[in-house]
Design a protein around this ligand. Structure first.
Ligand code: ADP
Ligand code: MG
Length: 382
């Protein structure tokens, strides 16, 4: 859907025309898993799937909002009152961002808001971050807050941490806020500095959601975080970002085998992200593919966050490509999606293999999404 069509829905609902339009994309992470909360490196890429908002500031303090994806759940709240979770789960992403802005002292006004998105929800493309960044971008523009992309991203992350109670890092919001056209973004999660890395025209990005039902993902995630903290502490480091493999090996006897492997993944993954960014920048795709494959094996054997369904997808794609591409678990794991990189002319071969082999083997239907790198947050007047 384009902004114009959403504007029609806005006018039908509110009786006048919107004045502001916003778009913020979903994302996929090319490489760098479980590194963000260890102050490490990630390399995500924003996609053509976007969350659109059209809006009009109000003279009062009321926020009215609807999403075409939740037409029955119309949001309304007053920013002059304490902001609490509302009736509708989707609306809490809006409330959370508004509350974080208010708590930071931003001079917000009321707003009429219409939302529509083609970012698939819960498919590993971070529809929640796209929504948060779109809302943050809207108020930043309309109320002249003067926030940077990184500040908008941080607001979205805080909303998710404090209001939604999801302890995510900042990657998803930062790439949605700051992505440049046709580039991945190397993010240093220690200081949030970024470097755009151009994606070669011929490189295809295929995201395949396993649709494996996630179970116990939160407790597993917390266990991984604790293991990383523990290993860093034994080495006398504030985070694993500051540790080398030699330093880890030196304390091997003081760590359980599991904690050792968790830390090994993070330390080696940071190195892989930097190498992958260089390989991409130099268009050395065979080197990129090799690094991606190593990254998957590290997640499978050391960090242990893959499941048979995602390992199976990786095997199916790797076999179809016969060395001419790579596939790895992307996102937090315990199900979720894999990302496959290959030349555009090899894409159909991969899709056919997944369509033929995955469902019979795992009794799950895969969602195959051919992705394009796109730019981040855009805000302007109609
Ligand atoms: P994801 O991996 O896609 O970010 P999450 O569970 O973190 O999955 O976020 C999905 C939630 O975000 C949805 O359940 C909904 O509450 C909210 N959301 C995402 N997109 C929209 C939208 N277009 N309109 C309203 N709410 C949305
Ligand atoms: Mg999310």
């Amino acid at each position: 859907m384009a902004h114009e069509a959403l504007a029609q829905a806005f006018t039908q609902h509110f009786g006048n025309a919107p004045t502001v339009k916003v778009s913020a994309p979903g994302r996929v992470n090319l490489i760098g898993e479980h590194t963000d909360y260890n102050e490490g490196f990630v390399l995500p890429c924003a996609l053509q799937f976007k969350t659109l908002i059209v809006a009009k500031p109000r003279e009062d303090t009321i926020i009215n909002a609807f999403s075409l994806q939740y037409p029955e759940a119309i949001e309304q709240f007053d920013i002059a009152e304490p902001i609490n979770p509302g009736l509708y789960p989707w609306g809490d992403y809006l409330r959370g961002v508004v509350k974080e802005l208010m708590d930071a002292g931003a001079p917000l006004t009321g707003m009429d808001i219409a939302i529509s998105s083609d970012v698939p929800q819960g498919s590993g493309l971070s529809s929640s971050a796209a929504l948060e960044v779109a809302v943050g971008g809207l108020f930043n523009f309309s109320c002249n807050l003067g926030l940077t992309g990184a500040q908008i991203a941080r607001t979205g992350q805080l909303a998710e941490n404090n209001f939604i109670d999801c302890q995510c890092g900042i990657m998803d919001q930062l790439i949605s806020a700051e992505a440049q056209f046709h580039s991945a973004l190397l993010i240093d999660c220690m200081d949030l500095s970024t470097r755009a890395v151009a994606i070669p025209d011929d490189l295809a990005l295929l995201v395949i959601n396993s649709n494996y039902p996630r179970k116990l993902a939160d407790s597993d995630y917390n266990e991984r975080r604790l293991a990383c903290e523990q290993a860093a502490k034994v080495m006398g480091k504030s985070s694993l970002r500051h540790a080398t493999l030699d330093e880890l090996n030196a304390v091997k006897k003081e760590l359980s085998d599991t904690v050792f492997r968790r830390a090994k993944h993070v330390i080696t993954e940071n190195d892989r992200v930097l190498q992958a960014a260089n390989a991409l920048a130099q268009n050395e795709l065979d080197r990129l593919y090799a690094i991606m494959h190593e990254a998957h094996l590290s997640l499978k054997y050391d960090f242990e966050i893959t499941v048979p369904a995602t390992d199976g997808l990786v095997d199916i794609c790797m076999n179809a490509l016969a060395g001419k591409g790579a596939c790895r678990q992307t996102g937090g794991g315990f199900g979720g999606a894999v990302i496959c990189l290959c030349a555009k002319h090899d894409v159909q071969r991969v899709i056919n293999a997944v369509n033929n082999e995955y469902e019979p083997r795992f009794k799950l239907h895969p969602d195959i999404m051919l992705c394009e790198p796109h730019q981040g947050l855009c805000v302007g007047l109609f």
